[in-house]
Design a protein around this ligand. Sequence first.
Ligand code: ADE
Ligand code: ZN
Length: 334
Amino acid sequence: MTDPAFIVGLPKAELHLHIEGSLEPEQMFSFARRNRIDIPFPSVEELRAAYRFSRLQDFLDIYYQGASVLREEEDFHDLAMAYFARAHADGVVHAEIFFDPQTHTSRGVPFGTVADGLLAGMKAAEARFGITSRLILCFLRHLDEADAFATLDAAEPWFDRIAAVGLDSSELGHPPSKFARVFGAAADAGLRRVAHAGEEGPPDYVWQALDLLHVDRLDHGNRALEDPDLVTRLARSGMTLTVCPLSNLKLCVVDDVARHPIAAMLAKGLRATINSDDPAYFGGYVADNYRAIAPLVSRDQMVTLARNSFLGSFLDDAAVTRHLAAVDAFAGAC
Ligand code: ADE
Ligand code: ZN
């Protein structure tokens, strides 16, 4: 099995990380105190004990409640810096982070407070840790199309600092088709597109993400494996899948990490990557996710997963080439 030190040392990108999902319980209490906000848990231990989920919605309910302690630009800056410090310790050299503006604007926090705080944290993290990053604006799919359009409008002054739009939140009952027009508008504005699909939703939602949202990358995609034609389409097009093993375990997408389909994905020629999703809630950051699947894949496949993380990123070709060379040099030296 791949050595844990090799996993940490391997240069890697993280492509599926909800910054609000990196809010650790201790930090939640500290922001709550700073902003004089009540949280309905008496202690960090009791809050952590509530992190038992049997499906995506169980998690989302507590995740949105947790995000309510984030109010000021400084909170978003500090949240981002704390994530980047952990990611750096795990060997992440580039991260493309999601944020959910509607979770905050619906509480009266201006879009700019969120975006400027995160962008300041991203800049500071690059200076301190050398980690590069990109920002991805996610629409909450349980809200309606008009709300997504209003969010896209609010984001317009920041379009030069936002790499892509994404789609997250409650998947079942909220197919990608609901957002085809807003994704079209985002594409017209020059933004890339990603979407959560096939986490709980059926293969048809993955087809829709491809054909109606024209995604550049697919988040999760586990249930695509149920449809051989879809697997062929994903493999032939070189579509990147941002797979999140510990999230899959915690949200009961898989019942045992030993039965996680990562090896099957690679065997079918899918460009899978490993990511942490909401690390504060799912029991680990990116290296923990690589460690979780280490018994299922070879050392060469670990290297492939790290290579895929750069190939699937929104970095330019020169940067991708540089990172791939660093992965190969590290793997060759160990
Ligand atoms: N928002 C944060 N994490 C999510 C996940 N795993 N699926 C859908 N929406 C999310
Ligand atoms: Zn996610």
